[in-house]
Design a protein around this ligand. Structure first.
Ligand code: DX5
Ligand code: ZN
Length: 218
């Protein structure tokens, strides 16, 4: 079985000290750095854009896992690639053509990810499976950190794992992941756990280290 990777979402960090916060989670044992990009249109919240990603890039060598909650996404793929993203993930509904968006991410030399909202069925990605390096199962409706894990998504994680069946595809879960439910999420078939509030609670590097370890060892 694949090692479990922890991807802290800096959405839950102190935005007035982003560089410091990134260095702290890097030192505290983050595997991927999860960057939540929100446009106020695809989701009912606005976060930050490619210039912030670019400004953060020199502060960590870890994988920049960029989760685009924006529509349309295609006009911004190159900007996020140039800003230093390693993985760029779009939603099935980012539109208008998810297959084209995934092709474009690969053409930029980046790993391509596709996301399923809680209400989006696994069948929507069957025809793009050969174009993806990562499948992200949302376990909350996207837009905000600190929401409650939607347990019906555990079955979807298992369906995604069956679809990926032996391919080298990361199966990532995002939203409401805690040390309490991490075991179920991993057992269902996920190998990358995103966590925002569960990692950043406590506000210090020592707390982040303990929080990451608690999720990893759950
Ligand atoms: C939600 C984001 C998540 C979120 C995770 O739109 O995609 O990455 O910040 O935060 P928690 O772990 O607090 O649910
Ligand atoms: Zn996310």
């Amino acid at each position: 079985t694949r090692p479990l990777l922890i991807a802290p979402s800096i959405l839950a960090s102190d935005f007035s000290r982003l560089g410091e916060e990134l260095r702290a989670i890097d030192a505290a044992g983050a595997d991927y750095i999860h960057l939540d990009i929100m446009d106020g249109r695809f989701v009912p919240n606005i976060s930050f854009g490619p210039d912030i990603v670019k400004a953060l890039r020199p502060h960590s060598k870890k994988v920049f896992d960029t989760h685009l909650m924006i529509t349309p996404c295609d006009p911004y793929l190159e900007a996020f690639a140039k800003a230093g993203s390693d993985i760029i993930t779009v939603h099935v509904e980012s539109g208008p053509h998810v297959h084209r968006s995934l092709q474009a991410i690969r053409a930029l030399g980046k790993k391509a990810g596709v996301t399923l909202n809680p209400g989006t069925p696994v069948s929507t990605i069957e025809n793009v499976i050969d174009l993806v390096d990562l499948i992200l199962v949302m376990s909350v409706n996207p837009g905000f950190g600190g929401q409650k894990f939607i347990t019906s998504q555990l079955d979807k994680i298992a369906q995604v794992a069956a679809l990926a069946n032996g391919r080298p595809i990361d199966i990532e879960v995002d939203g409401g992941v805690t040390a309490e439910n991490a075991h179920q999420v991993a057992r269902a078939g996920a190998n990358v756990l995103v966590a925002g509030s569960a990692v950043f609670k406590g506000g210090t590097e020592a707390a982040y280290r303990a929080n990451i370890a608690a999720i990893r060892n759950a």
